[in-house]
Design a protein around this ligand. Structure first.
Ligand code: ZN
Length: 149
């Protein structure tokens, strides 16, 4: 698993909308900052879930714990956006990935051509981390490169 966190030497002001950590999501953002994708898991039923919340998304137990996910995922669905957006160079891929631990996550794909021919469903992906402003975002890259930049 790649745990590299890329940082640019000069840090201009963020040019894209960024998440703001809350008490419920702080563990997630603390994790991405150190190269870990942290999920929560229920001690009562054993299911992992995302997004963060203080009770189990499956059985509502409040006996939950944080753990570091493997970072492995598969492509569940995606759109290729051709619309300009602050901080993004169109076209770019917005994806829903299924994590190896079960939960799905909305994210961006990197290292792959924004072309349906390069984006078969169930494509194997691995997490990477990108620092933007004061936040480190999880993104996903094909585990086996498919002719990407
Ligand atoms: Zn549960």
């Amino acid at each position: 698993m790649s745990t590299s966190v890329s940082k640019s030497p000069a840090k201009p002001a963020p040019t894209r909308a960024l998440p703001v950590p809350t008490p419920e999501t702080q563990h997630f953002w603390d994790g991405t900052a150190v190269g870990e994708l942290r999920l929560q898991r229920c001690r009562a039923c054993g299911e992992a879930y995302f997004p963060p919340q203080p009770w189990c998304a499956h059985c509502a137990s409040d006996g939950v714990e944080v753990f570091a996910a493997s970072g492995a995922a598969t492509l569940h669905s995606y759109v290729i956006s051709h619309l300009p957006a602050p901080g993004f160079t169109a076209p770019y891929v917005i994806a829903v990935v299924t994590l190896a631990e079960g939960p799905r996550m909305l994210t961006n794909l990197v290292g792959v051509l924004p072309d349906p021919g390069a984006l078969p469903l169930d494509l194997a992906l691995s997490v990477e981390f990108e620092s933007v402003g004061d936040v480190t975002l999880p993104v996903f890259r094909p585990t086996i490169s498919r002719g990407a930049a």
